[in-house]
Design a protein around this ligand. Sequence first.
Ligand SMILES: [Zn+2]
Length: 176
Amino acid sequence: MFEVMFFSKDATLCRPHLYRQELCRKTNCAVEYFRRIIDYLDSATDTLDICMYFLTCSSLVKAITKAHKRGVVVRIVLDESMAQHDRSQVMWFYKEGIKPKYKQLDVLMHHKFVIIDNNILITGSTNWTMAAFFGNFENLMVTNESRLVKPFINEFENIWTMLSAMETDSEKYALT
Ligand SMILES: [Zn+2]
C-alpha cells in the first residue's frame, strides 16, 4: 500500500465543507485526505507512535485520545515550542492520561511522522495543524511497505530512548 496526498492553497476552498457531507469534485480534496488520516488513526489497535513538530489540530488530537481510550499504547514526541505555543492541546493529552515527551534541545524536533501498529507510516511536510492541512502547499505519504516503515520505527525508538534517558537524568538531578 502506498498513497501520496498533496495539499495546495486550494485546500482553503475545501475547508468550509469539512463538517458537512458534500460532494467535492476536486481531485486533491483536502477534506477527503483529512478524513482518511482520521480513519487511519481510528484503525489503530495496538500502538500509535507520533513524532510531530506541531500538533494542534483538535480533530486529530481527539482521534489520538480516542485510540488511547480503546487501549492503544500512545507515545507522543513534540517539540518544546509546541508546548509553549499551544498549551490547550497538550493539556488535552494530559487530561486523557497521555504524557507527551518534549525536551528543550538545542535543535528543533522537526519531524512529522506517525506510525500505526508498527505497520503503517504517515510522513511528509505537514504539521498536524489546521493551517497546514487547509492552507499550505504540503505533502503526505502513507505506506505499509516494511522497508520504508522499519527505519522510522527504529528512529522513533532511538528518539524515545534518548528522551527517556534525559528524563531519568533530570530526575536524578532533582533528587540531589
Ligand atoms: Zn473538497
